[in-house]
Design a protein. Structure first.
Length: 430
């Protein structure tokens, strides 16, 4: 029996107060969609089956280079984090998996498994960390890890990734995400080609340690922590890596890791077409890699990304099975609230993309009718799919209004009294 953190009676009471209005809104939208030849229940069922993973570090308060302002009741360790993730899942029913970060979440693997299964949670991709030095680590990653000039440092980083795979095997993960801080801050500091060759060699060693049914994800990032060059700077390099390594290697697209105005949905399309899209780190950004909440700045871009994903889904592209995860920094909000609403935003983009009249769109594309083609997308984007999302949550046992139910539950005040305040420190977010 899955344990529930927030009182189920309390959630039911909150839902009861909203259910009649939701039913009316859902029926009205159903009628409207029916006129467009869309069965609302089918969309609801697809939304209910759509999941996005929560990164363990996301439930802690983030920070910037300037400061970090800790929130009340911050999780003290991975077991507190799992409880926070369980609240998000209980109320949204959209986030059944947690993505661990090693060494931050290092703990006895069996205890981890037990803690998660208590709340019916599973584990998503493992995340290795060779962009910071762990406590008591022999060699420093100050000047890189997998691409480091020193073979000993590279081996240490390879070993760390192999250890992450081992932990992941025990807890039932099926993927490893490798994100590195390797790069340079000054022109001339590193030789681009030699650094990349060393990185590829290291990745080959990690790839060789991958279980048969696992995937290896590499994530590109244009800048930060290195500010002049990064070793995996863009999707082209990322694609080269995945191709060089082999069929189990895929590219991750983090929405914040691109230059401003880059056409991310087109990158997504290219990676799908060449069978190398591994999945996403969802967030949003205004100026750079701001790690803001998914859909908070440019919901249309998120919709356009999902337009590509739904296109691939409907075309049954071979091997198309992208992993979805949120990767954001919550500096001024309650992380649980931000993550709940972000999961809903990702579902919203998915639901809206499912409403696109693809036959009409193709017709307009063939006829070079640019105006009607783009309007076809807009019609889907402008449709308020809120009742579909709420109904999917309600029928899956979640909350019609997750934030209202969460606030009514008093969860944050409760954990604030149990968990001592964490000292304000540095950002510690990637
Ligand atoms: Mn990321």
């Amino acid at each position: 029996m899955t344990e529930e953190i927030v009182s189920a009676d309390m959630v039911a009471r909150d839902n009861d107060a909203r259910a009649a209005t939701l039913k009316r809104d859902y029926e009205a939208l159903g009628e409207q969609l029916d006129r467009r030849g869309i069965a609302i229940d089918a969309i609801r069922d697809k939304v209910a089956a759509f999941h996005v993973a929560i990164p363990s570090w996301g439930v802690g308060t983030g920070g910037t280079r300037f400061a970090r302002f800790p929130g009340a009741g911050e999780p003290r360790d991975i077991f507190d984090k799992i409880e926070d993730c369980a609240v998000i899942q209980q109320l949204t029913r959209a986030t059944p998996n947690v993505s661990l970060h090693i060494p931050w979440d290092k703990a006895d693997a069996n205890r981890l498994k037990q803690a998660a299964s208590r709340f019916g949670l599973g584990f998503d991709a493992m995340n290795s960390n060779t962009f910071a030095d762990a406590k008591d680590q022999e060699l420093s990653y100050k000047f890189g890890s997998l691409s480091h000039a020193d073979a000993g440092t590279r081996n240490q980083a390879i070993e760390h990734n192999l250890e992450c795979i081992e932990i992941g095997r025990t807890i039932g993960s099926k993927a490893l995400t490798v994100w590195i801080g390797d790069g340079s801050n000054f022109p001339g500091q590193v030789n681009f080609a030699r650094a990349f060759e060393r990185y590829l060699d290291s990745m080959r060693a990690i790839y060789a340690g991958l279980p048969e049914d696992w995937k290896l994800f590499s994530e590109h990032k244009m800048y930060e922590p290195a500010f002049y060059s990064t070793v995996v700077q863009d999707w082209g390099t990322n694609y080269i890596i995945a191709r060089e390594l082999g069929p189990k290697a895929y590219c991750l697209v983090d929405l914040g890791h691109h230059a401003p105005n880059v056409n991310i949905e087109m990158i997504v399309s290219r990676l799908i077409q060449f069978r190398k899209l591994g999945g996403f780190h969802f967030n949003d950004s205004k100026y750079g890699d701001d790690d803001l909440d998914a859909g908070s700045i440019d919901p249309y871009r998120l919709f356009l990304v999902f337009n590509e994903l739904v296109d691939a889904e409907l075309n049954q592209v071979e091997g198309f099975e992208p992993a979805h995860m949120l990767d954001q920094s919550h500096n001024v909000t309650d992380p649980i609230e931000s993550l709940m609403l972000s999961a809903v935003e990702v579902q919203r983009a998915y639901a809206s993309a499912l409403l696109v009249d693809r036959k009409a769109l193709e017709g307009f594309q063939e006829a070079n009718d640019a105006l009607m083609a783009t309007q076809t997308l807009k019609v889907a984007f402008r449709t308020d799919v809120d009742p579909i999302l709420a109904m999917a949550r309600l029928q899956s046992g979640g909350a019609i209004d997750p934030v209202a139910a969460y606030r009514a539950s008093g969860y944050r005040a409760k954990v604030a009294s149990e968990r001592p305040a964490v000292a304000a420190g540095s950002g510690g977010i990637v």
